[in-house]
Design a protein around this ligand. Structure first.
Ligand code: TXA
Ligand code: MG
Length: 326
């Protein structure tokens, strides 16, 4: 589907009627559904084959719409004003009268809200008079899609429509910050860096570790960011981090040309950013993982990537891609 006026109108109508529409955001492609409609939200979990009902992010067109759904404390207000529209998700207490489906919230009395910056997402949300629940548009646990064709390859026949808005600029998901308590907590590193957030809140930002909040452990605790599965964003191939060597059958994912000497002697070689630009590396991350994985190699050896700025999110996604799984 084209991101022109007619396409957007049709997509909004499909969503209103309970259909699933994949749309581009600046981070990754989302699989959108009317967040106020239980059956539509259930269809999202079904299409993604999510193992459990993790809560979904509700997307809205602007801060005013977000304030009707959630209760914003002073920190949440500050962050919303600084980073919306943009790749930041805020978890806040649900406002009275909020009609977001309990299924989308996984029964929690908190809500994840995001105002995306991508022009196509913005026009789509402006055409909807309801919040749009949208996880990344991939089969659960697979690499997130940053192009329309990734969505088509993974979910194709399972969804109504895909709006093609080209490649996603940021390339990793939004940063999630919980503002449920006075002290904000980072639940997932992402498109907005820790340093950018700390500069706004004027304090160090706490981070919840994925391990203590793994939704698949049966500890019975309510997970803070249930999507923080240790193994997530996983290609088929094994992923080896901080690679010190690579075999002739391996693929190599480089950063800043550190492993370029190996390019001629391995099965496949890609560099996330030959010039060492972390933003470019984030934008290329998922597409590169997909491309190397499609070569059918057993292992992808990855060069070290610096942890500053958006590098924290890149390292987080790489660690998940490398985590042990069945
Ligand atoms: O960049 C993004 O955020 C993309 C695009 C499409 O907007 N969306 C995305 O959604 O990454 P998803 O469903 O893959 O990730 C949602 C994350 C999960 O980790 C989920 O557990 C967390 O948000 N989440 C949602 N509601 C929550 C809540 N009430 N409390 C804590 N975490 C929540
Ligand atoms: Mg996802």
């Amino acid at each position: 589907m084209q991101p022109d006026e007619a396409g957007i109108r049709k997509a909004a109508e499909a969503l209103r009627a309970g259909g699933l529409v994949s749309f581009p955001t600046e981070t990754v492609y989302g699989l959108g559904a009317n967040a106020e409609m239980d059956t539509a939200v259930a269809a999202v979990f079904d299409a993604k084959q999510r193992p459990s009902f993790n809560p979904l992010i509700s997307h809205v067109a602007n801060v005013a719409a977000a304030r009707k759904l959630g209760i914003f404390n002073a920190v949440a207000e500050k962050l919303a004003r600084a980073f919306w529209p943009g790749p930041l998700t805020l978890v806040v207490p649900v406002a009275p009268g909020c009609r977001v489906s309990l299924l989308a919230r996984a029964g929690l009395d908190t809500l994840a809200l995001r105002v995306p910056a991508h022009p196509v997402a913005r026009s789509l949300l402006a055409a909807c008079n309801f919040p749009v629940a949208a996880p990344s548009a991939n089969i659960s646990g697979a690499v997130s899609p940053t192009r329309a064709e990734h969505v088509r390859e993974g979910l194709g026949p399972r969804i109504g429509a895909i709006i093609d808005g080209g490649a996603c600029e940021v390339g990793v998901e939004s940063t999630i910050v919980s503002c449920v308590d006075e002290t904000p907590v980072m639940l997932r590193p992402g498109g907005i860096s820790r340093a950018e957030i700390e500069a706004v809140i004027n304090a160090p930002l706490q981070r919840v570790s994925a391990q203590t909040h793994d939704p698949d452990n049966d500890g019975g605790n309510t997970p803070l960011a249930p999507g923080m599965l240790a193994s997530h964003y996983a290609p088929r191939a094994r992923v080896l981090l901080q690679a010190a060597s690579a075999g002739a059958d391996d693929a190599v994912l480089d950063f800043s040309g550190q492993l370029s000497d190996w390019a001629g002697s391995v099965a496949a070689y890609l560099d996330l950013s030959p010039s060492g630009d972390l933003r470019e590396a984030a934008a290329n991350l998922f597409a590169c993982l997909r491309q190397l994985d499609s070569r059918g190699v057993a292992q992808i050896a990855v060069a070290p990537v610096p942890r500053d700025g958006i590098g924290e999110a890149i390292n987080d996604r790489l660690a998940r891609a490398a985590a042990d799984r069945d």
